[in-house]
Design a protein around this ligand. Structure first.
Ligand code: GDP
Length: 453
């Protein structure tokens, strides 16, 4: 049933005082241990157990569930022990489990066993991590889809198609007196180009994957004193940025992760862009320009009472679908009245008052719409690959392109070389779901998990 000889145990909840602490056990000794602590090993039934240590001392009143492999998270016999959330209790129970023959689990070892026992592919194991760390509703939705095999299915289809191509090429290698006929070469080239294009489509979701995992880089920019810090504080809901009536106080960057609708934004407040800066401000402005170039979303802020204070270089950026123009201080001046002369009428703007909160909910709705626009369209399911997937897909794409180049050469290259390019592309695609056995890569990957997962 399981390929592992030892039984592992770990605390699955954070250490510290809490309502509950959950301890996990998995491995071949589980059933024996369950019996020893007085649990009739009836699968998937929660049982109350007075947990007694080896010497008979009562450690806690616990609730214990036994899972019979393979119908468990790891695919092995497993226990979940819910104790009272006192770190001393959890520690005593863990020590007792070690005394009974368990080994303390390494980080990610439960999920590693689930993968190695065939309960999930590698992309699903990574989705477990994404699910735990998701910072927003959108990130959760993507992790759920990956956990349910969305990426795995796309990879399986690509691998099948590539295997088909490889089989046809290898059929000719088996008959050295024959070369691939031209019409076959054309058909194969078309199929490889299709696979390469789909690989490219998946690759294109990599940036969105980063946005989901890290948050959308949102830069607030505008002339000094337009109210950037005040808006940041409004959005964050507490006094994080230094608000001052003196222009140019925000010289450094303040970064804050906040939820806006279903999105997680990494809000970056910048030093203001000033048309005639004081020497001390110049450095900050240089950094501001760098941040502008990296931004996924740009919030350009204008003081509705002094719209002329807007530096010219910002105007060019404001028409982009990933930027939003905000007229602040609507409590003092009707937005647009003064602005009409300077800005093109088709420019989408939002009037807010960072001071009173007026217009903030409208602003949140507009930001949400723009953030939604960052999601690449790729089939019905949300695919958002991670850096490891991107690396593998790039390798696969390179192999496919080398194969294509060989097929398109008029002087025929040996079919063996073509097959070798296709095989390297296949191996790279296989890494995403872990269909190849690469122990070093696996150890590295699971070591980034937390203990008890
Ligand atoms: P920053 O330099 O762009 O970060 O601007 P601050 O957030 O420090 O604000 C500059 C000044 O404008 C402060 O005195 C704020 O209280 C004021 N302020 C900011 N937003 C508003 C607003 O919506 N209405 C009014 N009346 N004052 C505001």
């Amino acid at each position: 049933m399981s390929r592992f000889a030892d039984t592992i145990a770990a605390l699955a909840t954070p250490t510290g005082v809490a309502a509950l602490a959950v301890i996990r056990v998995s491995g071949p000794d589980t059933r024996r241990i369950a019996g020893a602590i007085g649990l009739a090993a009836e699968p998937r039934r929660v049982r109350r157990v007075d947990y007694r240590a080896v010497g008979g001392k009562l450690l806690d009143e616990t609730l214990v569930t036994f899972f019979a492999g393979p119908r468990s998270y790891t695919g092995e016999d497993a226990l979940e022990i819910s104790a009272h959330g006192n770190p001393f209790i959890a520690q005593r129970i863990l020590e007792d489990l070690l005394a009974r023959g368990c080994r303390a689990a390494e980080p990610g070892e439960f999920t590693q066993r689930a993968f190695l026992n065939g309960k999930m592919d590698l992309s699903q194991a990574e989705a477990v991590m994404d699910l735990i760390h998701a910072r927003s509703e959108r990130a959760l939705a993507a992790a759920h889809q990956q956990l349910r095999g969305a990426l795995g299915r796309r990879m399986a289809a690509l691998i099948d198609a590539l295997l088909g191509v490889l089989a046809r090429v290898e059929a000719y290698i088996d008959f050295p007196e024959e070369d691939l006929p031209p019409e076959d070469r054309r058909a194969l080239a078309a199929e490889i180009a299709r696979i390469a294009a789909e690989t490219g489509q998946l690759l294109a979701t990599s940036h969105y994957g980063e946005l989901l995992r890290e948050g959308i880089k949102t830069v607030i920019v505008g002339a000094p004193n337009v109210g950037k810090s005040s808006l940041l504080n409004r959005l964050v809901g507490r006094d994080r940025a230094l608000v001052s009536a003196e222009p140019g106080t925000t010289r450094d960057f303040i970064e804050e992760r906040i939820m806006v609708g279903p999105h997680c934004l990494r809000i970056i407040d910048t030093a203001g862009l000033n048309a005639s800066p004081a020497p001390l401000e110049k450095l900050g402005m240089e950094k501001t320009r760098e941040r502008l170039d990296e931004a996924d979303l740009l919030l350009v802020m204008v003081d509705a009472t002094r719209p002329e204070a807007l530096p010219a270089e910002l105007l060019a950026r404001m028409a982009s679908p990933t930027s939003l123009t905000i007229f602040n201080k609507s409590d003092l001046a009707p937005a647009g009245a003064a602005a009409g002369r300077q800005f093109p009428p088709e420019l989408e703007t939002v009037a807010v008052s960072a001071l009173t909160g007026a217009g903030i909910s409208e602003l949140v709705a507009r930001i949400t719409a723009r953030a939604d626009g960052l999601q690449p369209v790729s089939g019905d399911e949300v695919i958002a690959i991670n850096a490891r997937h991107a690396h593998a897909l790039q390798e696969a794409k390179a192999g496919l392109q080398r194969a294509l180049a060989k097929l398109n050469e008029p002087a025929t290259t040996p079919d063996e070389l073509l097959a070798s390019d296709l095989r390297s592309a296949l191996a790279a695609l296989g890494e995403i779901t872990g269909k190849i056995d690469n122990e070093r890569m696996l150890d590295q990957l699971f070591a980034s998990f937390c203990i008890g997962k």
